[in-house]
Design a protein around this ligand. Structure first.
Ligand SMILES: Nc1nc2c(ncn2[C@@H]2O[C@H](COP(=O)(O)OP(=O)(O)OP(=O)(O)O)[C@@H](O)[C@H]2O)c(=O)[nH]1
Ligand SMILES: [Mg+2]
Length: 409
């Protein structure tokens, strides 16, 4: 069975891992929160190897996999007619998950189709593997935001392989390129830790949000506050962006919307004083999670980094193992600019993970390759809209499958 039969089968019949995306916290995240253990858990073990997910497997494996898919598909489609309570319950659960998946797919549609269209345009021009081909390939990859380093790496690796194979068929060339990208992505992701980390049982988890102005820090805090609050956790917000007029009010509005209290200071107050007050309150009143919103812009970047450092020191003075996460928020539509920001913050803020926002806009999905390849930072959440529900835990392998599945006609 060829690659595209497998793709089509997965696309048209049943998509096992994609139907598992759920609006609520994932099992793993709820578990790690309820166990409240701060141990580092790595998620490098993909639920299913990425290669297999996008269908790039050998024939025997492909056969096995497709049999398994058939079985799963039958199991879903051949549910008995009888309407016992648990069956209808599980049917409605499946329905909810399907709707969830639709919302997610719809949200990511633009960035996915943009990626595929770019790639298809490149392939449409394919005549032969010559210098122009490699130039076009590099241009296409850089244009899709996979990053300069990765574009060159793929192009270099392809040079020998494609020449050796005396490639003439467009489909062959396409498959080799996709395989290279997926291989590199998988290799770069070994030991990547995409889990959220929480404080040990009973203590407060502190999560600091950093990033330049307008990327979506405050919005992401609102979304996450809603998510964890709905999961039964007590959540407190700290409005430590006292620099921008209106920033505190914006967070307070989110607090009201999702029913979570907010600690705020006076306008132009020292952000560190707000953080101090919030951490003390969260600790003394036993809140499960404290989200700290920070300014995206101060007089200059040096001031911004110093301010973040100061906040961290204050947090640590009150809760020594905090902050448990420093999440860097990046606007995915800004492409290479976002990467530059990531470098700036990574160097000075001990970032533990990335939130990629605005994936519903003109973002090019390739940015996830660049982040992994150049930054070695895990993307932990993905935002695709302005509503509280427009946020999902990032699933690296599923996301990449989503990018490539559009390439199958
Ligand atoms: N389409 C879309 N818009 C988003 C998303 N996340 C945030 N936004 C919008 O982006 C704009 C900026 O978001 P904020 O949350 O205020 O960004 P911020 O990082 O807190 O900005 P500063 O406080 O200025 O540093 C707002 O209009 C949000 O509604 C997203 O995932 N998709
Ligand atoms: Mg803000």
């Amino acid at each position: 069975m060829g690659l595209f039969d497998i793709f089509r089968k997965k696309k048209n019949n049943v998509e096992p891992e994609s139907t598992t995306t759920s609006e609520s916290l994932s099992e793993s995240q709820s578990e790690s929160l309820s166990q409240s253990n701060s141990e580092t858990t790595t998620s490098s073990a993909l639920t299913q190897p990425v290669m297999e997910q996008v269908g790039l497997v050998d024939e025997h494996e492909a056969d096995e996999w497709s049999k398994a898919l058939d079985k799963k598909s039958e199991a879903i489609h051949d549910l008995p007619e009888s309407e016992s309570e648990s069956e209808s319950e599980s049917e409605s659960e499946i329905e909810v998950e399907r709707n969830e998946q639709q919302v997610y797919d719809e949200g990511l549609k633009k960035s996915r189709t943009g990626f595929a269209e770019r790639f298809n345009r490149f392939l449409a021009n394919f005549r032969t593997v010559d210098e122009d081909f490699f130039e076009d390939l590099e241009e296409t990859l850089v244009g899709a935001d996979v990053g300069f380093d990765m574009a060159i790496k793929i192009s270099d690796e392809l040079r020998e392989e494609v020449k050796l194979a005396n490639a003439k068929r467009k489909e062959y060339v396409r498959d080799v390129i996709i395989k290279k990208m997926v291989d590199l992505y998988e290799a770069d992701g070994v030991n990547e830790d995409t889990q959220m980390h929480f404080a040990p049982n009973g203590s407060t988890t502190v999560i600091l949000f950093v990033g330049v102005n307008g990327v979506g820090k405050t919005t992401t805090i609102g979304k996450l506050a809603s998510k964890y609050q709905q999961a039964g956790k007590s959540v407190l917000l700290a409005a430590a962006d006292t620099f921008r007029a209106g920033a505190t009010k914006q967070l307070q509005e989110w607090g009201e919307r999702v029913n979570v209290p907010v600690v705020a200071g006076k306008e132009k107050a020292d952000p560190a004083s707000v953080v101090f007050e919030a951490v003390a309150k969260a600790r003394d009143e036993h809140y499960d999670i404290l989200f700290v919103d920070t300014a995206g812009r101060l007089q200059n970047n040096v001031n911004l980094m110093q301010e973040l450092e100061k906040m961290k020191r204050i947090i640590q003075r009150e809760i020594p193992d905090a902050p448990h996460e420093v999440l860097l928020v990046l606007d995915a539509t800004t492409g290479q600019n976002a990467l530059q920001q990531a470098k700036l913050f990574k160097d000075s803020s001990d970032v533990t993970g990335i939130v990629l926002t605005k994936m519903d806009g003109t973002a090019k999905g390739g940015i996830v390759f660049a982040i992994r390849n150049e930054m070695h930072l895990p993307v932990k959440w993905i935002g695709f809209g302005e509503k509280a529900s427009d946020l999902r835990e990032f699933k690296p392998d599923e996301f990449v499958y989503g990018l490539f599945k559009e390439l199958v006609s």
